[in-house]
Design a binder for this molecule. Sequence first.
Ligand SMILES: [Fe+2]
Ligand SMILES: [Fe+2]
Length: 370
Amino acid sequence: MEFFSINVEFLPLDLVLNFDLYVNASKGQKAKFVKVFPKDDVLNQYFKEKLKKYPGIYVPEHQRNAYLKLISKDPSIDDVHKTEIIKDSAVKYLSEIYHNPNDEKMIVETISKCDETVDSLISVIEDKSIDSLKDLIADLSFHDFYTYDHSINVSMYCIAIYKGIFPNCDKSELTNVGMGGLLHDVGKLSIPTSIINKPDQLSDDEFFRIKTHPEKGFQLMKKISSELPGHINWSQVTNMVIQHHENFDGRGYPYGKKGDEIDVMSKVCTIADIFDALTTKRSYNEVISQDKAIEILASLEGKKLCPEIFGMFLKHMKAYVPEGRRNKVLDEKFDPSVPFKLIPFTEVKQEKEEEDYGKIITDENKKAAS
Ligand SMILES: [Fe+2]
Ligand SMILES: [Fe+2]
């Protein structure tokens, strides 16, 4: 039997626990776990204090979802800790997928378990205003740039953004968009991690291989979706997998779809994907604040991002984006799938262009300006 460790502080008092608690009594090579609290019993203050005296408390892996469900609904745990616990579980599931890229049965089983994770994320996010979500996102942005951690952030942002844009949407839509966010990069599992996490400039061949991940993910989802839980709209999730690198202006990949050819949830995923790539501290040498990231996103409006969806996102984030021209815009070659060491910016020479205003452009003028 496998176990995972938990923090006793977060166990709710005077409630029936629907999972067992164990302590680790292993000696040398011999693993041994001893049950110290049985499921279906009520945990009181006296026993909780006793549990705190052990160096670690563990729950059996097969009861993880029961634990997650109880924690995500407990009002006494703050949202940052709650989300941390949910993220730990999701990391566990996603790392299982990424470490077993050829085991289809395991992938089906693990994706089915992710359902509970998305459900828990929704229950934390659902009742929150977008303003406090901004704080929640800020508190959680210290994570590493591993694909699965990125995926959990994207899932959380997708749920939050979609909920902000469509406050009256059904829970099932949040489940679909959250699951799409969680699996958007699933195609990366067939690409070597040495390429995925390479901090240096990628060769053309390596970049080409990374760009195959939407299609690879699409093929995997098509193959396994009939075996996955029926209440999720897998064709919607699969759309997000294949479309999240399409750009509003038609210059994305794999198909170069544009405007309304890209569905709304995929457009939301594109915002979430770039936002996380910019704000995750390990991905770049420089640390980007949330407001700065939103300003950078604004420079992509009409290019990578749909103006209508991005406009609604901005409105609900209540973010301030300075008006007028920007002197730094994100470079064309920026791709959220590639962990550049430095964020590639292009300087916009504002003054020159203002001087040129009204002038007749001749070849000589152009030469003088360059
Ligand atoms: Fe991607
Ligand atoms: Fe991504």
